[in-house]
Design a protein around this ligand. Sequence first.
Ligand SMILES: N[C@@H](CCC(=O)N[C@@H](CS)C(=O)NCC(=O)O)C(=O)O
Length: 249
Amino acid sequence: MSTPTPKLIYPAPFPGRGEHIRLLLEESGTTYTEGTIEEFQALKSVDSVGDKRNTPLFAPPFLQYGDLTINQTPNILLFLAQKFNLAGDPSDPHTVCRLNGLVLTALDGFSDEIHGCHHPLGGNFYYEDMKAESLARSKDYVKNRLPLFLGYFQRVLKGEASGEGPWLHAGMFTYADLTLFSCLSGTRHQFPKAFQRAEESGKYDLVFKLYKAVHNRPRIKAYLESERRRKYGNGIYRHYPELDVDPEV
Ligand SMILES: N[C@@H](CCC(=O)N[C@@H](CS)C(=O)NCC(=O)O)C(=O)O
């Protein structure tokens, strides 16, 4: 039986949550395809009840792999990382839970909370209608939340369990490193001033070392410089100059 070709269904013009998955696929060197807007709409439809094997899906990104269709970014990442040897030993629950925990924390701190900075009242509101709340939330994020999450990953990297080298887990490169990189890349786009302050402070040197090490992996570097890399826009990671708060000022 031939191996299925993964299909990522996230037809947005910006990187968004789909990018965490795209980076993993790029790093794996596998051939993958991207779904069309029609496939996206069919899966997202509120009339969909799924099929014999698949439940209906709630929100993108979606992944099709053979007759399996799944959603939830960390769920897709876990599935693909195990398939493409980016998740250590998948038969070891300690490894599986540790890596998943790191990925979920990166997504909490550098994806979901970042989205909350420009949509503090919820996704059904326009940014223009919650500018004051967005500014308050962004100020709190860069002063308190960003250092907290960066500090957490610095502690992980300092800890014995991270092993040798720049990676988060047992001295080996895994999808947790990729996801942290992907999340930090978006955070940098949204809050360049705070990101630069954090880097210059020297307090999170191991985190920034990891960031550069992932950026310089040959397949990642080639992908980031390619036409395939979408430009940030109206997705999770948005650069509003008025929200680009300098935490030192
Ligand atoms: N926890 C989900 C969140 C998925 C999500 O919120 N997707 C966005 C697009 S990036 C969406 O379309 N949400 C629609 C909604 O929540 O109503 C994940 O990590 O995949």
